[in-house]
Design a protein around this ligand. Structure first.
Ligand code: ADP
Ligand code: ZN
Length: 600
């Protein structure tokens, strides 16, 4: 196993769970593995193909991904091919010939292939090592990517009694997991549930003020790094993409309203590093295998934490540090709530509501983001300080806000608990607006009691009190703020109110601090050399019409930029450089590194 790992993948050790999964497959036992994105699933079913007799059949839902997957496997010295509706009749025949000649290590197929009777017959006539089901949650109606085609996979177990099935998914919910095992008919499978903690991702929430400018600024600070920006609507994805383009960013939009051709083109440009940023709706999903996505920005609030986790999961599959930023304004939650209220089924409406409440909490309460995400996924996070989220790196400090909380709550109470946040803030700030005068709220006792602080500060206090459930918002169209029972108790009693608040320093400073903190877990690398090696990678990828990250991942290049390998032996000590890639690309990279060192 270790030899194959080294020779074909260029890795020197397994990641968590990989070894056990492969061992079980080699013993012909079914496997059900839940691993987060970037956990290294594909290696688990590719590697056994070199140790078992016969072909590994991989069922994968997305035609657009198959070419990349096959390209990547071939780069690592596997004999691989795919069968799907994009091929011509001649191409299909040539692949059938290769199946019959038993020359394939890996055969990728689309699920609908299994609904064809003659295809089963073909497979029965040749040795099969394993059926690997990728994105196995597609078989479950409970999941978010249900595909009716996947139901035909339930016939595999009955038809191939002696051949193991290994199912992989990154979907965490227990309901979907049970459904997969049942529908695929897995026979007492070896079950793995990996941790969903993505250690290389830095999570951050920023106040959304002028989001287009904020996104532009962030991208400017990460110039040239590939990233995804998620937006809630098609229009806003196009508008933001145009805005970024006008400002010199290589950005492209992606949403379900674009033609299939345009979507493919934009996705390919992103995959090949020809566009740096994709501004997308959530339609931009499973089809992204690109391993070097360095940031995922949410310019609007996602509808729930599952979605947020999935979407941010597309960052940093190569294990290199990557950032996830959510720009949050409470107004976004009102918009989503408005749509939720249109849902007719009561159960569904309540579920959506509850989920929205949780993501709002994630965004507004200053508790370790990682802990909150994992908690939602049913995983307990043990460490006190994760070191890689805005809260844990000390962008916040615990403070006694009792006095200010009382000012706000007294204003809510004094105005009769019948007004929205903005109006109450006007009262707190002592603004004699038309409305304030009309309602004679300038006579409220706490009118102007908060003059010494800004509007943003009082908004933050409001958010905090809502999160702590001392205040509550009621109504959808014109939400009003009311005191809860504990709120009333806190107002009239002597209870202290504590909160993690942002110290009042410039956001600039916070960003800088948190970035170096995030980076400190990881070693630095030679940036100038990285740019040069990236260019080499790009040229080699273009020559073969594959995506650059298939030649070498960012992680592998970063490592070269730390160790400056100048011989084949040295190069092979770099993680991700196996025998096959050394033979193909070794000279080009060594030459570039030598030239760089000579001129240094
Ligand atoms: P998943 O399908 O689970 O999202 P992938 O199979 O795409 O993950 O793997 C994610 C990344 O991790 C790839 O760049 C892969 O090369 C790398 N990887 C997988 N296994 C190992 C390992 N044992 N050591 C180092 N890197 C690995
Ligand atoms: Zn944290």
């Amino acid at each position: 196993m270790l030899n194959v790992l080294r020779e074909h993948f260029g890795f020197h050790g397994f990641r968590e769970n990989q070894e056990e999964i492969i061992n079980n497959i080699l013993e012909k036992r079914d496997v059900f593995a839940v691993m987060p994105t970037g956990g290294g699933k594909s290696l688990c079913y590719q590697l056994p193909s070199k140790l078992l007799k016969g072909t590994v059949v991989v069922i994968s839902p997305l035609i657009s991904l198959m070419k990349d997957q096959v390209d990547a496997a071939m780069e690592n010295g596997f004999s691989a091919a795919y069968l799907n509706s994009s091929l011509s009749v001649d191409e299909v025949f040539s692949i059938y010939r290769r199946i019959h000649a038993h020359t394939l290590d890996l055969l990728y197929i689309a699920p609908e292939r299994l609904a064809m009777a003659h295809f089963f017959e073909t497979l029965k006539a040749v040795p099969i090592a394993l059926f690997a089901v990728d994105e196995a949650h597609c078989i479950s109606e409970w999941g978010h990517d249900f595909r009716p085609d996947y139901l035909s996979l339930s016939t595999i177990a009955g038809n191939f009694k002696a051949i193991p099935i290994a199912a992989f998914t990154a979907t965490a919910t227990a309901q979907v997991q049970e459904d997969i095992i049942r529908k695929l008919g897995l026979r007492s499978p070896y079950v793995v549930r990996a941790s969903f903690d993505r250690k290389n991702l830095f999570y951050r929430v920023e106040k959304k003020i002028d989001v287009e400018k904020q996104v532009l600024k962030f991208i400017g600070e990460h110039a040239g790094a590939p990233g995804i920006v998620y937006r809630a609507t098609r229009d806003s994805s196009v508008t933001l993409s145009n805005f970024l383009s006008k400002n010199g960013v290589r950005a492209l939009p992606y949403h379900a309203g674009l033609s299939a051709l345009e979507r493919t083109r934009n996705q390919n440009a992103f995959s090949k590093d020809e566009a740096d940023v994709i501004v997308a709706t959530i339609a931009f999903g499973m089809g992204i295998d690109k391993s070097n996505v360095r940031f995922v920005i949410h310019a609007d609030l996602p509808k729930n934490i599952e979605g947020y986790y999935q979407e941010t999961g597309r960052a940093g599959r190569d294990g290199e540090p990557s950032e996830c930023v959510l720009y949050y304004a409470p107004g976004d939650a009102y918009k989503i709530r408005y749509f939720i209220n249109q849902i007719e089924g009561e159960q569904e409406r309540l579920t959506s509501e509850a989920k929205l409440t949780k993501i709002v909490r994630y965004a507004s309460v200053n508790v370790c983001r990682r802990r909150q995400l994992l908690d939602y996924l049913g995983e307990q996070y043990k460490a006190k300080n994760c070191g890689t989220c805005d809260v844990c790196v000390g962008s916040y400090e615990l403070r006694d806000i009792t006095e200010d909380a009382q000012i706000v709550m007294a204003a809510v109470s004094g105005t009769g608990q019948r007004f929205g946040r903005l109006h109450v803030i006007d009262v707190v700030l002592g603004k004699a607006t038309k409305r304030v005068i009309e309602l004679q709220h300038n006579n409220v006792k706490t009118f102007g009691a908060g003059k010494h602080k800004g509007k943003d500060y009082w908004r933050a206090i409001f958010d905090e009190l809502i999160v702590q459930e001392l205040l509550i918002t009621e109504g959808d169209k014109y939400p009003v703020i009311k005191l809860t029972k504990p709120g009333a108790a806190a107002l009239f009693g002597k209870q202290t109110v504590m909160a993690n608040m942002r110290p009042e320093i410039k956001t600039e400073v916070i960003k800088r601090v948190s970035r170096t903190e995030a980076g400190s877990q990881f070693e630095a690398y030679d940036q100038a050399l990285f740019e040069r090696l990236r260019a080499v990678r790009r040229r080699l990828a273009d020559e073969q019409d594959v995506a650059p990250f298939i030649v070498f991942s960012d992680r592998t290049l970063h490592e070269m930029c730390r160790h400056y390998p100048t011989t084949t032996d040295e190069l092979q000590n770099i993680a991700g450089v196996g025998q096959y890639k050394t033979d193909r690309y070794g000279d080009d990279f060594i030459k570039e590194i030598k030239a760089y060192l000579d001129n240094k």
